[in-house]
Structure formats: structure tokens, C-alpha cells
Design a binder for this molecule. Structure first.
Ligand SMILES: [Zn+2]
Ligand SMILES: [Zn+2]
Length: 248
């Protein structure tokens, strides 16, 4: 009986919230119709989904079928095994993710997570991670923003997939300036010592999937993968929402 009550209260609260704070579309930012939808059907068409051919390492869209790896992945070795991405990083998803991250549009994560699972549930199951680990942000940045966007994403995906999320095993020990305009070498230098395994936590995972919003050169995700591998994790995979287009 109590369970039934709880469900009723939850549904009622959901309705009240839906009326007071109607869900916004992650692309045009207007109120989403019909009710219950996560995005306007027309707006969804404006997002560029990753399709084949894609890089066998990072998951980036490739221009030509002949190549297995993108220019970035042909140039270097990574500590993670395989990456997956939902969208190509272009203007619409850039604006959407920035609304999510900098304007606290947390409801957008429901759409991002649902799409990640719709596209990659099979691959995620195959990779078989014991936990999803969000790429951590420095606590100063988290304090400013109020949340870690990667953690919200990981929790959304974890909920849909039934995979636990461990947001405490990795720490961002150094606050880095925005890496956006830096080249690969400068990024690597900037990220040196930027992550560490939480000394208060035991990391005894065999397989971990890192979750992040944007993958550009892969330096950030790989810096996390390196730390996890050093702590004894055998297999690290990466799932991100948007990935830059191939530079080759
Ligand atoms: Zn829209
Ligand atoms: Zn690649």
C-alpha cells in the first residue's frame, strides 16, 4: 500500500513540475510538445548523428570507408580501448550542451542519455563495464556550476542500463584552463597530473566506462583512462555525447 502511495505522489509531483517547469527542447530551447516528449521531432533532425564509417578507436565519424582510424588516432596511442559517441560536434549540439552545462538545463540530460542508450545499448552491454565513471570536474568549477555535467549524464545512462555509477573514484586534482583553443601537445602538458584516483576509495574494477559530454582530441578522457589503468583497471572504454569531426 505504501508503495502505491509513493508512486501516486511521485506521479503527482511529476505532473505539477511538468506544469510549473515545462520541459525545454535541447535544440531550440522552446517548450517541448507533445507533453512527455524529450525534444521536438523537427529539432531532432537537426542533430548530426555519428554513422558509419567511424573510427575503430574513438568512434569519430570518418569521411572515407578505406580508413579504420581517424587522423588523431593514427598519430598516437591511447590508454582506453574503445570510444563511442552519439553526435558530431557541430553548432546545434554545441549550443545544446552549453545550455545544459552553463545554464543548468539539466533536463536535456534525459534526452542525451536516452539517445546514447538507443544507439549503444548493445555495445555497452558487450563492453560490460562494472561501473560508469564520469570525467570529474575540479571542485572549484563544480561549486561554480553546481553540478558535474558528466555525472548527470552517467547517472541517466546508468539508470536506463542498470549499471551503477561511481562518481567518487576519480578526482580532478588540478583546475585546468579551458582546453578548447589548445593543441594536442599543450593539452597533454596542461592535463599532466590533473586527475588522480581517490585515495579514500578502493578501485578494484576490471572494466570501466568513462562518460563525458564532449570529446575533442581525447586528451581529457585518456588522461582519466591512464590514471584508472595505473590503478589496475584492465579495460577502460569511453562514451561521450559529442565528438569533433575528423581532422584528416
Ligand atoms: Zn525544438
Ligand atoms: Zn579516432
Amino acid at each position: 500500500m505504501r508503495g502505491k502511495y509513493a508512486v501516486c505522489i511521485q506521479k503527482f509531483c511529476g505532473c505539477v513540475c511538468g506544469v510549473l517547469y515545462p520541459r525545454r527542447c535541447p535544440v531550440c530551447m522552446e517548450i517541448v510538445t507533445p507533453r512527455g516528449a524529450l525534444i521536438h521531432a523537427e529539432c531532432k533532425k537537426k542533430l548530426r548523428y555519428i554513422c558509419e564509417p567511424s573510427c575503430k578507436r574513438c568512434g569519430r565519424q570518418l569521411a572515407y570507408m578505406e580508413k579504420e582510424y581517424c587522423g588523431e588516432c593514427r598519430k598516437r596511442e591511447f590508454h582506453y580501448m574503445r570510444g563511442y559517441a552519439v553526435w558530431q560536434y557541430e553548432e546545434n549540439i554545441r549550443r545544446s550542451l552549453s545550455g545544459f552545462k552553463y545554464h543548468s538545463r539539466k533536463e536535456f540530460a534525459d534526452f542525451y542519455a536516452a539517445e546514447a542508450v538507443r544507439l549503444y545499448a548493445g555495445r555497452i552491454r558487450q563492453e560490460d563495464p562494472e561501473v560508469l565513471v564520469p570525467v570529474p570536474v575540479h571542485r572549484a568549477r563544480r561549486a561554480g556550476r553546481g553540478f558535474n555535467q558528466a555525472q548527470i549524464l552517467a547517472q541517466g545512462i546508468g539508470r536506463l542500463m542498470g549499471i551503477p555509477v561511481d562518481a567518487a573514484c576519480l578526482l580532478r586534482t588540478k583546475q585546468t584552463m579551458r582546453l578548447k583553443d589548445l593543441g594536442r601537445r599543450e593539452r597533454a602538458k596542461m592535463l599532466k597530473g590533473a586527475f588522480a584516483v581517490n585515495p579514500a576509495k578502493k578501485v578494484d574494477y576490471h572494466s570501466v566506462m568513462l562518460v563525458d559530454d564532449i570529446y575533442t582530441t581525447g586528451s581529457t578522457a585518456d588522461a582519466c583512462a591512464a590514471v584508472l589503468r595505473r590503478a589496475g583497471v584492465e579495460k577502460v572504454t569511453v562514451l561521450c555525447m559529442a565528438i569533433g569531426t575528423s581532422v584528416n
